[in-house]
Design a protein around this ligand. Structure first.
Ligand SMILES: [Zn+2]
Length: 219
């Protein structure tokens, strides 16, 4: 594992919020959540991609490193990621999609998670858009552990996207709203929404997006 902190409580004690890390969420009248638990300097570009997928339609959450640091400093692995705001946001959601980053210059996505149907839909749509996509049913990126943050929604199953650095970089220099990964994910989530007839909940008051953060970090 190699993370510096084994859970959020440990991290919070040692690091300063707003200086070293931050968390941000957007509440929407939706039972679909798009999250980036390793955003900012941890896995650059993942917050931006998650935010673009969520747009004005879905719940959004990100946890971000704000300073350049080794990956393990702010990385709380997905099966231990227990930041309370994130848990509260996803708990009532029927669909949870977690966006992560992989190393590598190839442009591909490893798609895992226990929502097998949605996983396969998203993977297929990414493939149809002409990019590498692999459905992961075993191994590190399969996200089949029940404690994985993507599987902690109401249904106990979600989807995990592991996007290579090459593809994240390509995304960051293009118009997010036209990005293939966004349309692939949105199409799939839209299908899921209809299939499951997910009811909408009340809208909570939301803060405006801070100017700082969710920015492109250069590591
Ligand atoms: Zn990650």
């Amino acid at each position: 594992m190699g993370d510096r902190y084994c859970d959020f409580a440990e991290l919070e004690k040692a690091e300063r919020e707003g200086t070293h890390f931050r968390r941000f969420s957007k509440r929407r009248a939706s039972n679909i959540a798009i999250i980036a638990p390793h955003g900012g300097t941890i896995e650059p570009g993942t917050s931006e991609i998650a935010l673009a997928i969520a747009e004005d339609d879905f719940q959004f959450y990100c946890f971000e490193g704000l300073v350049d640091a080794k990956h393990e400093r702010f990385h709380i692995t997905s099966t231990r990621f227990d930041e309370p705001q994130c848990l509260a946001l996803i708990k009532p959601c029927d669909v949870v999609i977690a966006v992560h980053g992989l190393e590598g210059s190839s442009k591909k996505v490893d798609v895992g998670g226990m929502d097998i149907w949605l996983r396969d839909q998203i993977s297929r749509k990414i493939g149809e858009a002409g990019f590498g996509s692999q459905t992961m049913s075993t191994g590190n990126h399969a996200a089949t552990n029940r404690r994985n943050i993507c599987n902690l929604g109401k249904m106990g199953r979600g989807v995990q996207l592991e996007i290579t650095r090459g593809l994240r970089d390509a995304f960051l220099v293009s118009d997010p709203k036209r990005s293939w990964v966004i349309s692939a994910a949105c199409d799939s989530v839209g299908v899921a929404k209809h299939r499951r007839r997910i009811p909408c909940g009340p809208i909570s008051p939301e803060p405006s997006m801070p100017a700082k953060g969710c920015g492109i970090q250069a590591i």
